[in-house]
Design a protein. Structure first.
Length: 679
């Protein structure tokens, strides 16, 4: 595996040298916690039809409202003449060019808005009742199709008698009888479904196109003549019991008929019609109930026949794709060893990499993932990742690549960002190659020793990569060396690597993490008595699992962890998914299996001082999991603390102040148990 990464190794050799040189610098200015409000990043690039301009969403952090904000900006295709399209005081996102390029539709204030490029004037098309999404212009530019939640309130099954006129009774009880009734980040869900609507580009009333007790959303793709469009939905009668089983459909505007085009056990999603109007490309897989399943790219005829897989030979999951203008191939994106890759994919099966630095949208932790869009003459505009700042926009044209924006130039000019080194180490279990990254504290001196923080990613089927991570950088700014790795179960290394933990999590991933710590200790600049461990979600699972199996860490912080798989699958929002894909059966049929892999089963071994940090509105890994572990530690007399984040969901970093609080509390806890603090 390693011999394929010559470029990465060249960079790693350079980065090893850089931290040693930093010690002599007198201009080291580490990050401060409130620097989270200085972050900006580019997202959702949308080149104009004529290729002359690019509009994108510019995200920034508002210290007055403690919110992440979004504005639309536009520039020439070469990055010049950058200017704002929307006012900084309103949030605007999801820009979409009209086919002739004279208007841009976007979402703001929960409504669809239009902006005329010639005059700069904007107008709201119509008042809708819920947030619209997935805007798609008709080919003639006369209409826009979008998805929107449509409430279907049901009368209460019980009416209470006896309420006197003017009396103030308690709020009425809430009756729930559906499988998916709450979702992380959204809370308890209203009764209703996502439906597709169409509205005139001249304004008016939006017409509902789809109906029924099903959710319709995602990408809409039009036939060239505008008579039909294609989309994906799960319209199976027992769709809640088959959360992944979506199909592709054709919708005719003439008679409002719906035709199903695919039929297999598994997801079929993101249909896109080729420019010549002959084919539909889409992604999906045959569902084998594995915890990690690779998204493949397919092409078929417009009627659903002649399905051809294009990426069966690529042991990576397809995250995005766009048709090339000649319809002879597509541009695809996928993760490779934590790096976001963009490549040309021909219909004959050949593949050519165009860029391997797509990403930068996570900004809090170093997760992979990014966005791209094809423009005029197949120029590829994408979010470009870096270890030193969040996403900027870049473009690939033929053999040339250019970074177009410098949104964080002022931020990085006044702060010393920790250097990041990629390194590989060998598993002590089976000699597999495992990838990791080291963040060096500003002013690093290889002749000194430093405390180490092992930071573990969640998922577990996700991947970290060489991208900017504010939380980890803030830890490094406090004088810690930070190690993060992609242990067994991580994506971007193939199906076998990801599924070694299938029905067996945690397991080998624990050994991979410990081997990473040992590999770093062997370098000689880590104080072996100052080892610390933290991680969120799946990383919280592995943090609590680790301290139940070793006492080598001086302190631990588990962020929104799962502690007890039995209680987790009966409390989490996606319980109908977790019980089917993460476990071989239901918890009451195999309690031994659930408890064998639960950190709570090993809490009796814990001697490590432990803090738990969780959002009070987390419906993915509910705070009841955190409370179980905290109370168990308290009963055992282990030094412990619980940090509850009011109003926060599983995505703790959504509010900038919470993004600041998390690394502040982590380093506060670890500083208490530093060897130097006990001298």
């Amino acid at each position: 595996m390693r011999h394929l990464l010559i470029t990465l190794f060249s960079w790693s050799l350079l980065l090893v040298a850089i931290p040693q040189a930093l010690a002599a610098s007198e201009s080291v200015t580490p990050l401060q916690f409130d620097d989270v409000f200085q972050l900006e990043y580019a997202a959702d690039p949308q080149p104009s039809p004529d290729g002359k301009q690019v509009v994108f969403v510019r995200h920034w952090m508002d210290s007055q409202t403690d919110r992440r904000r979004a504005s639309l900006w536009i520039m020439n295709a070469d990055g010049t003449n950058l200017q704002a399209l929307t006012d900084r005081n309103i949030d605007a996102y999801a820009p979409r060019w009209s086919p002739n390029g004279n208007r841009i539709a976007f979402v703001s204030g929960g409504q669809i808005n239009l902006l005329w490029l010639e005059t700069g004037r904007t107008a709201t098309l119509s008042t809708v009742t819920s947030n619209p999404g997935n805007l798609s212009w008709s080919p003639d530019g006369n209409h826009i199709v979008f998805s929107m939640f449509t409430p279907e309130p049901a009368a209460a099954p019980v009416t209470l008698p006896g309420k006197p006129a003017g009396a103030e009774w308690a709020k009425p009880v809430i009756y729930i009888d559906k499988m998916n009734y709450r979702a992380d980040g959204a809370g308890y869900l209203s009764t209703g479904y996502q439906q597709l609507y169409m509205i005139s580009a001249q304004g008016g009333t939006a017409a509902q196109l789809t109906n029924g007790p099903f959710n319709h959303g995602g990408t809409v793709s039009w036939a060239a003549d505008g008579s039909v469009f294609y989309f994906s939905a799960n319209r199976h009668e027992n769709w809640q019991e088959q959360p992944l089983n979506s199909e592709l459909f054709k919708f005719s505007l003439q008679d409002k008929s719906l035709t199903q085009l695919t039929d297999r056990n598994g997801p079929d999603s993101n249909p896109k019609v080729s420019p010549n109007g002959r084919f539909i490309a889409y992604t999906g897989f045959d569902d084998k109930r594995m915890s990690s399943q690779r998204n493949r790219l397919y092409v078929m005829e417009l009627d659903g026949s002649n399905i051809t897989p294009l990426t069966d030979d690529l042991d990576r999951s397809i995250s995005g794709f766009e048709w090339m203008s000649n319809s002879r191939g597509l541009v695809i994106s996928y993760d490779e060893h934590g790096n976001g890759v963009i490549a040309e994919q021909s219909l004959r099966g050949s593949r050519k990499v165009l860029a391997s630095d797509m990403g930068g949208l996570s900004y809090s932790r170093p997760y992979s993932g990014g966005q791209f869009k094809l423009g005029h003459r197949d120029a590829v505009y994408y979010t470009q990742s870096s270890t030193q700042h969040p996403a900027e926009l870049a473009v690939v044209k033929g053999r040339s690549k250019q970074t177009l924006t410098q949104l964080n130039a002022d931020f990085v000019a006044h702060r010393t960002i920790g250097e990041v080194e990629t390194f590989w180490y060998t598993s002590s279990v089976d000699e597999k190659d495992i990838q990791g990254w080291i963040i060096y504290p500003p002013g690093f001196d290889a002749n000194k020793t430093y405390p180490l923080i092992l930071e573990i990613h969640g998922g577990p089927h996700t991947a970290y990569g060489p991208v900017f991570a504010m939380e980890l950088q803030l830890m490094a700014a406090q004088g810690y060396v930070v190690l993060y790795t992609n242990p067994r179960g991580s994506t971007s290394y193939g199906d076998d690597f990801a599924n070694e933990i299938h029905h067996n999590y945690p397991s080998y991933d624990f050994n991979d993490l410990m081997d990473g710590v040992d590999a770093l200790l062997a370098r000689g600049f880590i104080n072996e008595k100052e080892l610390f461990i933290t991680g969120g979600s799946g990383g919280g699972v592995l943090t609590t699992w680790t301290i139940g199996h070793t006492d080598r860490f001086a302190a631990a912080v588990a962020v929104n962890p799962v502690i007890n798989w039995y209680s987790f699958v009966l409390n989490a929002d996606m319980y109908n998914y977790f019980t089917q894909y993460w476990f071989p059966g239901l918890p009451w049929d195999m309690p031994e299996h659930y408890l064998k892999h639960s950190p709570i089963s090993y809490v009796g071994n814990v001697t490590t001082p432990t803090m738990l940090f969780t959002g009070e509105s987390d419906h993915r890994t509910p705070i009841s999991e955190t409370e179980q572990y905290y109370q168990a530690l308290q009963l055992r007399g282990i030094e412990s603390a619980m940090v509850r984040v009011p109003g926060a969901s599983h995505a703790l970093h959504t509010r900038p102040s919470n993004l600041m609080a998390k690394p502040a509390y982590v380093t506060y806890w670890f500083n208490k148990y530093r060897e130097s603090s006990n001298d």
